[in-house]
Design a protein around this ligand. Structure first.
Ligand SMILES: [Zn+2]
Length: 181
């Protein structure tokens, strides 16, 4: 039955995915659960679907000491543009990452940094922070500050080491493999 006159409640767009349980959290897709496991591999503090800004619910918030980072997961490459636009329209005032369906190499999608421009998108790059000893993320083209510990000695890149995510990504895949409901 169709009830005329009621606007549909705001909801997330339907996406193809197998609901997956990981650490007691029910994720909409195995990919999202895999990212949660990946964050655990990196020792990143994550929260799933935490805030509701004008009907827009981001996938994750990474609660780093120096500042929170919104983390959106997109399975399809063509969804990346839409995701970037949605973050811009939502009024989000902090930094953000829009990540693709799989991690290959150190680049993991797009990074929204807060600089001179209102919306400053660049490739997102994983690195090993030599200062805090953790895996961190930054825009590939500059602004070297470690988002995990906040360090940026001399404004340079002395703290930036190489991190290959292949092993952590593979093991996070294994951890969500058999947890579908
Ligand atoms: Zn650091």
């Amino acid at each position: 039955m169709t009830v005329v006159g009621f606007a549909k409640p705001l909801s997330r767009p339907k996406r193809i995915g197998i609901p997956t349980l990981y650490r007691g959290v029910r994720f909409r897709s195995r990919l999202e659960a895999r990212y949660a496991a990946f964050f655990d591999e990196l020792d990143w503090p994550w929260e799933y679907e935490p805030v509701d800004a004008d009907g827009y619910i981001p996938d994750f918030l990474l609660d780093f000491e120096p500042g929170i980072l919104l983390f959106e997961v997109k399975g399809m490459r063509e969804e990346l543009d839409g995701a970037r636009l949605k973050i811009e329209m939502s009024g989000w005032e902090h930094e953000a990452v829009v990540a693709p369906g799989k991690i290959e190499g150190t680049l993991i999608g797009s990074f929204l940094s807060r600089g001179q421009h209102v919306f400053d998108w660049d490739d997102a790059e994983l690195f090993f922070c030599l200062n805090c000893g953790k895996v961190s993320v930054k825009p590939a083209g500059g602004n070297w500050r470690c988002r995990v510990c906040g360090c940026n000695p001399g404004g340079g890149n002395e703290h930036v080491g190489v991190f290959d995510p292949a092993e952590a990504w593979a093991s996070s895949g294994n951890r969500v493999q058999w947890r579908a409901e």
